[in-house]
Design a protein around this ligand. Structure first.
Ligand code: SF4
Length: 401
């Protein structure tokens, strides 16, 4: 299985955090590294991806060894059929990428790269590197489906790319002129996210982050709470984050204090500008509160105390201890089998997998539509296009027509 970036204080995967909050790496050192079921699932999915890429692009595995290894991975209790599908998609995307080269590129997987020239003691592992002509391609597979990750301006990918340039410089010299960085997150993004920049642009970016990296490494950084707190090991106990989210001074200003101070929002109805501002602050507040809840529940379940709080059993639903036996009992009681079972077709994705993309597109393409998703609120920084009711109407008409 891939090795996690355990020992780099300034890891590539946490770069978006330590570049914003330079105090984070040293602050986090006091909290133990924890693994979660999601992280373990991710590691398993990565191992399956790695195996399939090796099979597809190299001659290192005999069909028998490949099958034995894949079956072993599939026996892992965390294995799901979805991993088989997403790893196939990942290989498909890499194959498409390889076809953009004029001649077959060199492909390497799980490559250790060293970017210590820019970030003290910085190193990491790239999922897949492809080199050919003047282009270096780096691809990172992400199994998480919580938040879509964009490759644009992505610090983790740029650090990997800097490390890869260094690693392959003895072989390719200055022939590499462009770097294409891709994040493939097939569980939530149909198409991988990609950014292409020149080697000069990449190196200039590397130079630009050196001061922040040095500060973070030496423990001279500043706390700067924000969205990047999400994966910080100290996110529940960090006082800087708590201070931003409680911001008592600001709330005090919402109420007139003996007529001395003007209220922050005035009186009466909130304006749309004020609502926009409150939504931004409230988003982080909700995330922070959830982190506090998670921390407190874990502490209580581990025998600790959180004054004023206790752990209780949540809601649960009834379930059969043995579904087959229960269904047999219903039929034995005289109910028709047709009333007991539901006959459902396989999902679109399952049918596509069954038929293969080409046959699926040829025979079922006419029946496939991709409706516009339900409108959802997002900050202006979100990369998606703004929702357009006219586009939704058009999609409706097109689907009905
Ligand atoms: S919780 Fe946020 S502000 Fe606090 S150390 Fe971590 S990243 Fe920095």
């Amino acid at each position: 299985m891939p090795t996690p970036e355990k020992h780099a204080l300034l890891s590539a995967s946490s770069a978006s955090r330590w570049l914003h909050c330079t105090a984070a790496p040293r602050f986090e050192e006091q909290f133990p590294e924890k693994t979660s079921e999601y992280a373990e699932e991710g590691r398993l999915a990565h191992a399956i991806c790695e195996l399939k890429v090796i099979k597809k692009f190299t001659t290192q595995l005999t069909p028998r060894t490949y099958t034995t290894r894949l079956n072993k991975l599939k026996k892992d209790p965390l294995y799901t059929d979805e991993m088989d599908k997403t790893s196939d998609l990942y290989v498909e995307h890499l194959t498409e990428k390889a076809m953009t080269y004029d001649s077959t590129p060199s492909v390497a997987v799980e490559v250790q790269v060293d970017f210590a020239e820019y970030v003290p003691e910085g190193f990491g592992t790239c999922d897949c590197i492809m080199i050919g002509g003047d282009t270096l391609n780096i691809t990172d597979y992400k199994h998480g489906k919580g938040v879509p990750v964009s490759a644009e301006g992505n610090a983790q990918m740029r650090l990997y790319a800097l490390g890869a340039l260094k690693r392959y410089a003895p072989i390719y010299g200055n022939t590499i002129k462009k770097v294409c960085m891709t994040i493939d997150q097939p569980r939530i993004q149909d198409e991988p996210s990609t950014e292409t920049i020149t080697v000069e642009e990449l190196r200039a970016w590397g130079e630009s982050i050196k001061p922040a990296a040095a500060k973070a490494y030496m423990g001279l950084g500043e706390f700067c709470p924000g969205e990047h707190c999400r994966f910080c090991r100290g996110k529940a106990q960090c006082k800087a984050r708590a201070a931003i989210n409680t911001a008592l001074e600001e709330f005090k200003d919402c109420v007139p204090q003996n007529g001395e101070k003007p209220p922050l929002f005035g009186q009466g109805v909130l304006t749309d500008e004020e609502i926009g501002d409150l939504l931004v602050r409230g988003k982080e507040l909700v995330a922070w509160y959830k982190d506090l809840e998670e921390y407190a529940l874990n502490a209580l379940l581990n025998g600790g105390t959180i004054p004023g709080w206790k752990a209780v059993a949540g809601r649960s639903n009834r379930t059969f201890t043995d579904t087959d036996a229960a269904v047999a009992a219903v039929i034995a009681a005289g109910y028709d089998e047709a009333l007991v079972y539901e006959r459902k077709p396989k999902t679109l994705t399952e049918l596509e997998k069954l038929m293969g993309k080409a046959e699926f597109a040829a025979k079922l393409g006419a029946y496939v539509v991709k409706p516009l998703g339900k409108p959802t609120l997002a900050p202006m920084t979100d990369k998606r296009e703004p929702y357009s009711p006219a586009a939704a109407d058009f999609a409706e008409v097109a689907n009905n027509g």
